[in-house]
Every structure is written in structure tokens, then in C-alpha cells.
Design a protein around this ligand. Structure first.
Ligand SMILES: [Zn+2]
Ligand SMILES: [Zn+2]
Length: 264
């Protein structure tokens, strides 16, 4: 059976500072999900928990209390709505969510490559594709060492355009060390984490560098990882990228039903 194009496990509402779109409400996101026959829709606004030290000024107002303004989520017969978050990871044990609060979320999206946040996520001295590729695999390795509720953790947007904005993202994806990357993906597979296929990362022109964009997912699949689809939508228009692009991406990756990450 083909990989189901019937879920979106990473999506922002107006509560995320980078959205603030008045129409990007839970109700409108749910209506979109119903229209497209989705079975699962996660709400994952940006989060830095007050109990986790080290938030940037941008993150500080986006605490648990703030994103909980979307609760209670509406009940629906067709679509399972899940309250989650997209927190931050800065290496070592610096995660934007304290262990005492893992229970507040049914899904936790962790981005390893918000490298546009220099000084917070990417140290200033990482200035070349080679260095950024090395940092990406190192962050994945460090993250895999943490004691997280892995059955409800998603590793976000591995081929994100924010990875190296001032250079070639495709080059970074090609330069990630295969041996180290395979080893950490094998570990994520064993831990039970989900690997995100973020359809927003497959925008205009991506097929010209198709192998670079698919490389990290192909290797992850070979190491036994499970995958989920995401829009990472910040606006109503962006909600369409799973229905529009998900099928092609999954086909090119050779994913089928058995490759799906299931959130219990
Ligand atoms: Zn992100
Ligand atoms: Zn996001």
C-alpha cells in the first residue's frame, strides 16, 4: 500500500511569532484537514519553556502558557487533532523544553538545523558548507543521547532551507558524513522517533538538486526510520503543500504504508 497522504504533523497557528496570520487558527486548520480527508493534524507552535534556561528574546514570549491559548482543541469525528509543539535544540542538553513538561504535549517536534539563529543554535564560527554539514550530524548525534519520550518525538525538516542560508543547502546535504549519519539514523529508528518529511522544504527548483534533497531521507529509510508528513504551514495557503507535494516525494523515496511513523 502507498504511503498515506492523510496527515500533517507540524503546523503553526497565529500564536507563533513567525505566523501571526489572523486566519491561521485551529478551526481553519481543522477545516482544511477535513477537506483533504486527513486522519491526523498536529498543532505545533514554536516553544521555549520558561523552565528551560537560555531562551532568546524572540523565543521568550513563546512559552507554554502562550501556546496553550489554543486549548482545548476542538473534537472531531474524522480528524484526530493533537496538541504538540516545535521546541528548539541548541546542542548538548540545551533543549527548549524541560523534562517536567514533556507530558503537556502529545507530540514534540525537534528541529536540529535552525541554523539561521546564529549565536543561539549555530555558533558564529561555523561559516562554510563543510562546517555546517558537520554541525548538523553532530547535533543529531547529541540529540540522540538525550532521554526523551522518543515515541512522541519528530525530527524536523532535515533538508530545511534555513540550514545554510548564506550558502548552498544542497551542498550541505551532500556533505553530511554518510557513516556517522547512518549510525545516528539507526539509533533514531531503534528509539522510535519519527523523521519528518516537511513538504515546505520541497519548494520551487528542488528537483534540480533532487538527490541532495532526498539523500538524508534515503539513508534514514535504509537504516529503518519511520516517516511522517508535515506542512510547517504558517499561513492558510501553505497548508496545501502536503496534498500537493506529499505523493511525489513519497514516491521518489519509495515509501509505503509500512514506513509511516505512527503516533500512539
Ligand atoms: Zn522549524
Ligand atoms: Zn515549524
Amino acid at each position: 500500500m502507498a504511503f498515506p497522504i492523510n496527515h500533517d504533523m507540524h503546523c503553526h497557528t497565529y500564536l507563533s511569532d513567525c505566523s501571526r496570520h489572523p486566519q491561521q487558527t485551529v478551526e481553519n486548520i481543522l477545516a482544511h484537514a477535513k477537506k483533504h480527508g486527513f486522519k491526523l493534524q498536529c498543532i505545533t507552535d514554536h516553544l521555549w519553556d520558561r523552565m528551560a534556561p537560555g531562551a532568546s528574546n524572540w523565543y521568550k514570549p513563546q512559552d507554554i502558557e502562550h501556546i496553550k491559548k489554543n486549548l482545548p482543541l476542538p473534537e472531531d469525528d474524522e480528524v484526530r487533532l493533537v496538541f504538540g509543539c516545535e521546541t528548539e535544540y541548541c546542542g548538548g542538553d540545551k533543549l527548549g523544553l524541560n523534562a517536567a513538561n514533556y507530558d503537556q504535549f502529545d507530540f514534540i517536534v525537534i528541529p536540529p538545523n535552525h541554523f539561521h539563529m546564529k549565536g543561539l543554535v549555530r555558533p558564529h564560527e561555523y561559516t562554510t558548507e563543510e562546517m555546517v554539514a558537520d554541525l548538523l550530524v553532530e547535533r543529531l548525534e547529541q540529540l540522540s543521547e538525550l532521554d526523551l519520550p522518543w515515541h512522541k518525538v519528530g525530527i524536523a525538516h532535515l533538508n530545511c532551507g534555513l540550514t545554510f542560508k548564506e550558502g548552498s543547502n544542497a551542498k550541505v546535504f551532500r556533505l553530511v558524513d554518510e557513516k556517522r549519519y547512518r549510525a545516528v539514523m539507526k539509533k533514531f529508528a531503534e528509539l522510535g522517533a519519527g523523521i519528518e518529511i516537511n513538504c515546505a522544504c520541497f519548494g520551487a527548483g528542488w528537483r534540480e538538486e533532487e538527490d541532495a534533497h532526498l539523500r538524508l531521507f534515503r539513508l534514514a529509510k535504509e537504516e529503518g526510520c519511520k516517516f511522517y508528513l508535515a506542512t510547517d504551514a504558517h499561513t492558510p495557503e501553505e497548508l496545501n503543500c502536503v496534498p500537493e507535494r506529499g505523493g511525489l516525494i513519497c514516491e521518489l523515496l519509495g515509501l509505503d504504508e509500512e514506513d509511516q511513523f505512527i503516533l500512539t
